[in-house]
Design a protein around this ligand. Structure first.
Ligand SMILES: Cc1cc2nc3c(=O)[nH]c(=O)nc-3n(C[C@H](O)[C@H](O)[C@H](O)COP(=O)(O)OP(=O)(O)OC[C@H]3O[C@@H](n4cnc5c(N)ncnc54)[C@H](O)[C@@H]3O)c2cc1C
Length: 422
């Protein structure tokens, strides 16, 4: 039987769209070829730099496109979503109206709005008078506690953070002494095992007892699926506040978020298909079906409405040496107000300047109901909606709104595509 809605993409935007459409009573199928930026992200939700008004954003920014009406549902829908993911054992703290400054494993600072519970005790505002001990793991080169400590000390002095003590130590990973760990995922997965966690806790306990430490800081590796449990046990047994630093790549917290979304989609009864959409069959401005490439061959899938949530570089926009294009529906890609005329992508990469890098904000253009439009602002296909970082007109690094914009546009696209199903 053909579903009411097919969503292409299983990151934050696709997941939010699927849940919203399902809540409208639609029969939803989500197709994904793999994981994208959501799984790579730090897992901390950037929603918006709270010193900024949405009207100060570029007029093509998704928050402005959906308008005050669309933006006004953000808080309520995000709170419902956070409750949902809590039921999957991922705890996220913070607020859409408040920035938190967090420290990464490289010792750099990042402002964000919400973060995973295992990370949030490391917010700078909570570290006044703290005595922190950072733990490095012998054989894990992904975190250099000495370097992180030095940068943290410098910031403490320069920005008068009033942290009382910042130290580091190196410990062996129990049962694997002398080994090297190329990825934090190996450590995280091992700590999901109760007995490994027990041994790890006793090592940490021993090191943390001295010097009256109040906080213990770790690279992001405290479990992949059992992090809440791990942090709780560590806190109870050491009687110290525990926090993970923000990751660089690869990101254990980003993967935790993706795993949680997957669990939630299954729980909500959303049909998930692993495969790659390679093209669409279109007649008279209406999408009739998609061609899907799977391990066992090609198939065709029909639906009433479609939502494109294929991400920025995860497949949403393909780069060829001579340009950028949207590979499934051949939607126009915009650079600022015009259709992008990127002749040679190498030119942009040569002159990389974060502040003005055009490749970070090129993308498709949508109307206020999140339907892709052409240069005359006419809807391109009557039954197509789009969400997430495939949209152009914003640079999530500078506007600080990566997962936030993906969530809001995903939610609204799912709602609009599912209208009439209540
Ligand atoms: C390294 C990195 C770090 C980041 N850190 C942060 C952060 O700390 N905080 C923050 O808020 N934001 C961060 N962002 C931005 C944020 O992650 C993204 O804006 C957001 O995750 C985009 O979600 P999305 O659903 O649009 O796309 P994605 O998560 O990329 O999902 C795209 C999906 O589409 C699927 N797909 C693509 N093409 C096809 C196809 N043809 N057929 C089937 N499926 C397809 C992919 O497999 C994937 O499932 C970061 C981004 C990156 C790259």
């Amino acid at each position: 039987m053909k579903p009411d809605i097919i969503i292409i993409g299983g990151g934050m935007a696709g997941a939010a769209a699927a849940i919203a459409a399902k809540n409208k009573g639609a029969d939803v199928t989500l197709i994904r070829k793999g994981y994208g930026s959501t799984a790579l992200s730090s897992g901390a939700f950037d929603i918006l730099d709270t010193s900024r008004d949405i009207n100060s954003l570029n007029k093509r920014h998704p928050y402005r496109i959906v308008g005050q009406r669309g933006f006004s549902v953000f808080k309520e829908k995000l709170n419902n979503f956070l409750k949902d993911i809590k039921s999957e054992e991922l705890y996220i703290d913070g607020s859409i109206n408040k920035d938190a400054t967090l420290v990464s494993i490289a010792g750099t600072f990042k402002d964000t709005n919400l973060c995973q519970r295992s990370i949030c005790e490391g917010k700078l505002t909570g570290l006044k008078d703290a005595k922190i001990l950072f733990f490095g793991i012998r054989g894990f080169a992904g975190f250099n506690p000495k370097h992180c400590c030095r940068l943290f000390k410098e910031a403490n002095e320069k920005d008068n953070l009033l942290i009382k003590k910042i130290d580091y130590t190196l410990v062996e990973f129990p049962g694997h002494e002398g080994e090297t760990f190329p990825s934090p995922f190996i450590l995280a997965m091992r700590l999901d095992d109760k007995s490994a966690m027990g041994k790890f806790i006793s090592i940490i306990n021993k090191a943390a007892r001295k010097n009256g430490y109040t906080h213990l800081g770790f690279p992001p590796m405290l479990g992949l699926r059992k992090t809440a449990e791990a942090v709780k046990e560590l806190e109870a047994s050491t009687d110290r506040k525990i926090f993970e630093l923000l990751p660089l790549l690869p990101s254990v917290p980003g993967f935790r978020l993706q795993m949680t979304l997957n669990g939630l989609l299954n729980k909500k009864g959303i049909n998930i298909i692993e495969g790659e959409v390679i093209k669409a069959e279109i007649r008279d401005g209406i999408i009739e079906s998609l061609s899907l490439k799977r391990k066992n061959g090609l198939s065709e899938l029909k639906a009433k409405n479609f939502i494109l949530a294929t991400g920025r570089w995860a497949g949403g926009k393909a780069i060829k040496k001579n340009g950028i294009y949207e590979p499934i529906f051949d939607l126009p890609i915009f650079e600022k107000e015009r259709i992008a005329e990127i002749k040679d992508v190498a030119d942009y990469l040569d002159s990389y300047v974060l502040e003005s890098h055009p490749l970070l904000s090129v993308g498709i253009r949508v109307d206020s109901r999140l339907q892709p439009v052409n240069e005359n602002n006419d809807v391109v296909y009557k039954n197509l909606f789009a969400a997430g970082s495939i949209l152009g007109g914003y640079n999530y690094l500078i506007d600080q709104c990566g997962l936030g914009a993906a969530f809001l546009t995903g939610h609204l696209a799912g709602k609009y595509a599912g209208e009439g199903k209540e």
